[in-house]
Design a protein around this ligand. Structure first.
Ligand code: X5A
Ligand code: ZN
Length: 673
């Protein structure tokens, strides 16, 4: 798998602006681009990226999406005087032309194509293009919403024609509906278009009926257009994550894209005057990280909107930092999606259930009379709303003050070692540092007996455990990000290590156990640990509570798609709701889940607890240890497609547990009834 992150930027794209007075267009200022770029420099992110030169898109490339007549109109604006420019602009909705618009629009599209080339050809793993003008509103014949050429649509079509790709996923996290992209591909099953957008029952710009959840695509493309309408302002981190876990990611894993292009507008973040939503910059790290686990990591992020300068530039930095592989910060705030968001999720799932195996068990009906309909102007009553200074009334200013403090918390120290491992003598894992230090045998013995597990005197076991505990301390001290411990007794090792992590001062420990592992009787229900046991023998000693969760289904041979269903729609929502500060993955013998499935989970779980993960693996599981090393080092992401539906048994087991737990762990909710 390729490595490196591309960055595309040319100052030239800030050399055009609105020349007359028009309040609707005044927010698209050149500073958007410059301040994002300066911020990247400030954090030292720029020099860590691979600089790829920007070029102009050719006329043929622009014609992949736009008409010759429209291209000629845009070309003619180069030589117009101000009055002619104004007149031409008035032919479109929320558009403005400047003598340099054509040049910048060609550079914006060209930069996007350069990014796609770099990623598809494997010169880099992923990348971001900082471009202006944005693209997702522009259409075959029209400029719209500050957009001139549809950069992302051109790039997706180009990826198909030039590189022969058969499946491209476009994720549009801008707060406006990219209707231009929808129109370009609504009959095309090879391009899956996903967009969430402020909608307010069609009262928000561009006020289109076809921005609603029931616009699912047409003809051959039916099912390949996904709209998530937001009917309230104030949507935040929990709402966005819920949509990714319950809607986008299940479809994306089933679609199995070869490339992902993000229409990355940051007007969906806090403080933005257009979106009026609440997502904080760390949320964009999570969205990026989740998408990095698909399409073998081939991810192209392309700037669209974003009109709050600080929010925009900080979020661009969080995105690039994540693309570079830095640890993902904890997601800010209470993980409770609001009612209006859950209604939207339910409606999207209901609308798409006929076309996707991942939704075939969601026998949902749409919510026809949403509870939120009457007061559509109100903000969604999200409890997490940011602690603004009371006296402040201006939303943008409030966000500014908030971000000033918040960003310093997000700048984590990056551990110098990514992955270390406790291994039997003479063994190695690629990209992994071998842990040599250990705590004293007496100390290990004392910890074992304190843990209440049977004292073992076997030397290999004590040695392995001693090193594991040393590794744990290094994770706590941020010397190492994550680790792997091969153990002759994985179950016992993890009980001792989990207990020790609480002693060391971790507040919330998530432990996910597979196979023949005995957990539970040793842990109380005080919320300091969440135990999640998947498959294997039902653990009779494990009491069931909101912190002790057991999930197993009978399946022979194991179906990967059932496990994917469990990961996206049960395990990750639970993990994100709990917000652990360290994650254990315990793998005993006789696991019932495939190696690929477990490594996919490990990849996603690195978005939690700042990536502090410790995998404790039974030493007989060599193949699993290797896959885990690849996942934790991010040397590669597992190639994973889940075309077949989950089994009825698995879904039933998951649904039952979801019913039991969704009042406590609110990200499990995906329907209102
Ligand atoms: C790219 C983008 C917004 C247009 C808003 C018009 N355009 N009211 O965010
Ligand atoms: Zn926008």
């Amino acid at each position: 798998m390729a490595s490196g992150t591309a960055l595309l930027y040319d100052k030239e794209m800030s050399n055009y602006k609105l020349l007359w007075d028009d309040p609707a267009c005044a927010i698209d200022v050149p500073e958007r681009l410059v301040s994002s770029y300066e911020r990247l420099k400030h954090y030292g992110l720029l020099e860590r990226c691979v600089r790829v030169p920007v070029r102009e898109a050719t006329v043929e490339e622009i014609l992949l999406i736009h008409s010759k007549e429209y291209l000629e109109v845009v070309q003619s604006t180069q030589f117009m005087n101000e009055e002619e420019l104004w007149k031409t602009s008035q032919n479109y909705d929320c558009a403005f032309f400047h003598p340099n618009s054509y040049r910048c629009a060609r550079l914006a599209a060209g930069a996007t194509l350069q990014l796609v080339d770099s990623v598809v050809c494997g010169r880099v793993r992923n990348g971001m293009a900082l471009v202006r003008p944005p693209g997702h509103h522009s259409q075959r014949n029209v400029s719209n919403g500050f957009c001139v050429f549809n950069n992302v649509a051109i790039a997706a079509e180009y990826a198909r024609r030039k590189h022969g790709l058969q499946r491209v996923l476009i994720v549009d996290w801008d707060i406006h509906h990219g209707q231009g992209i929808q129109y370009a591909f609504e009959e095309d099953p090879s391009i899956l278009y996903f967009s969430w957008h402020r909608y307010e029952h069609q009262e928000f710009w561009p006020n289109l009926k076809e921005s609603n959840y029931d616009a699912v695509g047409k003809g051959e493309g039916t099912g390949f257009n996904v709209n998530v309408p937001w009917n309230k302002i104030g949507m935040g981190n929990a709402d966005y994550i819920a949509v990714f876990l319950h809607v986008l990611l299940p479809m994306a894993l089933e679609f199995n894209p070869e490339l992902i292009i993000v229409s990355a507008g940051y007007d969906s973040g806090i403080g933005d005057p257009e979106g009026r939503m609440c997502a904080t910059p760390d949320c964009f790290s999570h969205l990026t990280h989740l998408l990095m686990q698909l399409a073998e990591g081939k991810l192209c992020v392309v700037l669209e909107g974003g009109y709050h300068m600080r929010m925009l530039s900080e979020s661009v930095c969080m995105t690039v930092k994540t693309l570079l592989g830095d640890p993902v910060p904890q997601l800010y705030g209470e993980m409770t999606p609001c009612l209006s968001a859950i209604e939207s999720i339910q409606n999207v799932i209901a609308a798409h259930a006929p076309f996707w195996n991942c939704f075939m068990y969601d026998k949902l009906t749409t919510v026809e009379e949403p509870s939120t309909k009457r007061e559509s102007g109100d903000a969604c009553p999200v409890p997490q709303t940011v602690p603004y200074p009371e006296a402040c009334t201006d939303e943008a200013k409030k966000a500014d003050v908030f971000l000033q403090c918040h960003m310093t918390e997000l700048l984590l120290s990056v551990p110098p070692v990514r992955t270390a491992a406790v291994l039997p003598p003479q063994s190695l894992l690629r990209g992994v540092q071998v842990e040599a230090s250990t705590v004293a045998v007496e100390e290990t013995e004392a910890l074992i007996s304190n843990s209440g597990v049977m004292l073992v005197k076997e030397e290999a076991m004590l040695l392995s455990l001693g090193k594991t505990l040393s590794l744990l301390t290094k994770i706590l001290n941020k010397q190492i990000r994550n680790g792997i411990a091969l153990s002759p007794a994985a179950s016992l090792s993890s009980v001792v290590a989990v207990k020790q992590s609480i002693t060391l001062g971790f507040q919330k420990v998530l432990c996910i156990a597979f196979g023949d592992v005995d957990l539970g009787k040793d842990f109380s229900d005080d919320g300091k640990t969440m135990l999640l046991k998947i498959g294997g023998k039902q653990n009779s000693e494990m009491s069931i509570s909101k912190y002790h969760i057991s999930l197993s289904w009978i399946e022979d041979p194991p179906e990967e798609s059932s496990f994917v269903f469990a990961v996206l729609r049960f395990i990750l929502p639970l993990a994100y709701s709990y917000q652990p500060d360290i994650v254990f993955i315990t793998l005993g013998a006789e696991r019932s889940i495939s190696v690929k499935g477990i490594s996919l989970l490990a990849c996603f779980l690195q978005g939690l607890a700042e990536g502090q993960t410790l995998a404790v693996i039974q030493d007989s599981e060599a193949e699993l240890a290797e896959a885990m090393a690849e996942a934790l080092t991010a040397i590669s992401v597992p190639h994973f497609a889940s075309g077949t539906p989950a089994t009825t048994e698995a879904v039933l087991a998951i649904k039952q547990e979801r019913q039991r737990l969704q009042q406590q762990w609110k990200l499990l909710q995906c329907s209102v009834n």
